[in-house]
Write a protein that binds this ligand. Structure first.
Ligand code: PHE
Length: 450
């Protein structure tokens, strides 16, 4: 069967950055930064993104391009012996499942974003009743919009790598960046915004030793770069052989962290601008508000106070969120779909529809049992499964692919690889240092002092 391929480095970088840049950057990152001392969190996040997440991303991209297949088949093919193969298949399978589960909860939040975009439009058209329904939390609204969102994702994925993923990443990513820059300029000009900017940028070093901050930053770094669940692996499998992987991976890491930093410069100053207008931005605990109340109450309150212009800003903001979510969900759905195509011998259309229906059902159950299971699913998939799966991928790449195979694979795009700093450090790094660091961070979060 003919496999899809990205046509150039740019389209790969756009698609992989599209996967990486999502609600995790624009919502998750600023919210967690606001909860964990602003600048201190930013510093820890940047440190972990480059020290841990980039090498792990390289492991995934290399594995994918080497085997040119989905996560389960990749880990199976580089393993030797019964035990290793079973372990590989199991890891791959949990990866596929985790990607699907992430899509299930992600689609609910993405659905809220679409509902809020439509609500802002309804407001400008003075359709207040409809707008009210769209912004009110209800089972029916949640299920309708998460289903619509999964439907959109399905449309893109069923069109394949070039016509679906590549085309839409190329269209949506520039819109996202432009919208974001426009919003930042607007928000930073509002009174009060500079206090938020200061809080976001200036670190409070005392908070750096807080174990909760470190685990939270780790989870954020892995979630944000879409690691562990085979998204980057499958995107890696669509890269051309003569592509310079370390550079392509570095570009994705830079754009992902870049957008997270930009989002911090948008959301936290916006919060303080809202305070200036009389919106309460501190929770009862005395901490800055975060989570849904930040995005769906404080910011809309700010937009409302801004008068007529605020309505347009609200539309732009929620459109930005919806686009970011879509380019990420595309990559999540590609994980189970590519697995089904390559191992179950089904067509792309059939695979997309089957996985799509499954996701709609599971996300419906999550919506139904929202208060009791939503947070647990988020925590298990992103704070635990992603780092642990990433650890496994580093081990497979470092220990089972061996230096020679790695060298041959990467050299196709970088002929003088052996003399580069990357080659001097990375193979050992991914073999020993990354897994060790992930274990240390996860274990310390269990210790009594946390
Ligand atoms: N990286 C995406 C975000 O920041 C989320 C994601 C996780 C995408 C796992 C794919 C796989 O929102």
């Amino acid at each position: 069967m003919q496999r899809g391929q990205f046509s150039s480095r740019l389209t790969f970088v756009l698609a992989a950055s599209g996967s990486a840049v999502g609600l995790g950057n624009i919502w998750g990152f600023p919210t967690k930064a606001a909860e964990n001392g602003g600048g201190a969190f930013l510093l820890m996040y940047l440190f972990l993104a480059f020290l841990l997440a980039y090498p792990a991303l390289m492991a995934e991209l290399t594995l994918g391009r080497y085997s040119r297949s989905n996560m389960v088949s990749t880990l199976d093919s580089i393993a030797s012996g019964w035990l290793q193969k079973r372990l590989g298949q199991l890891t791959g399978f949990i990866g596929v499942l985790t990607a699907t589960m992430i899509l299930c909860f992600y689609s609910i939040i993405a659905g809220w974003m679409i509902a809020h975009t439509l609500a802002s439009i309804a407001q400008t058209l003075q359709l207040f009743k409809i707008a009210e329904w769209l912004v009110t939390f209800s089972l029916f609204r949640n299920i309708s919009f998460s289903t619509a969102f999964i439907g959109l994702t399905l449309l893109v994925i069923s069109a394949g790598v070039e016509r679906g993923i590549e085309t839409w990443s190329k269209r949506l990513m520039p819109c996202l960046i432009l919208l974001m820059l426009g919003l930042i300029v607007y928000v930073l000009l509002q009174p009060g915004a500079e206090r938020g900017l200061k809080m976001f940028i200036v670190p409070d070093f005392r908070q750096l030793a807080d174990p909760q901050l470190i685990v939270s930053a780790l989870g954020q770094a892995f979630f944000s770069l879409s690691l562990g669940v085979g998204t980057m692996l499958i995107y890696g499998s669509y890269i051309r052989s003569d592509e310079d992987l370390p550079v392509a991976g570095a570009l994705v890491t830079f754009s992902d962290t870049g957008v997270a930093v930009l989002a911090g410069m948008l959301i936290i100053p916006a919060l303080f601008a809202a305070q200036q207008l009389g919106v309460d931005i501190y929770a009862e605990t005395g901490r800055l508000i975060s989570g849904p109340s930040l995005i769906f109450q404080a910011l809309p309150a700010l937009f409302e106070e801004m008068g007529e212009g605020g309505k347009l800003v609200a539309i732009a903001f929620f459109t930005l969120m919806s686009i970011a979510a879509l380019t990420s969900s595309i990559s999540m759905l590609e994980v189970p779909v590519s697995w089904a195509i390559e191992t179950q011998n089904v067509t792309r259309l059939k695979a997309s529809i089957t996985v799509g229906v499954f996701t709609v059902l599971v996300s419906g159950v999550i919506s139904y049992k929202f208060t009791s299971i939503f947070e647990i699913i988020v925590e298990v998939t992103t704070e635990w499964a992603q780092p642990i799966l990433s650890l496994m991928l580093c081990l497979f790449c470092g220990w089972l692919m061996h230096r020679n195979r790695l060298l041959q694979e990467l050299k196709q795009g970088v002929p003088d690889l052996e003399s580069s700093l990357f080659w001097l450090i990375w193979p050992t790094y991914v073999k020993i240092f990354c897994p060790l660091l992930i274990v240390i961070i996860l274990v310390q979060s269990f210790l009594p002092l946390s």
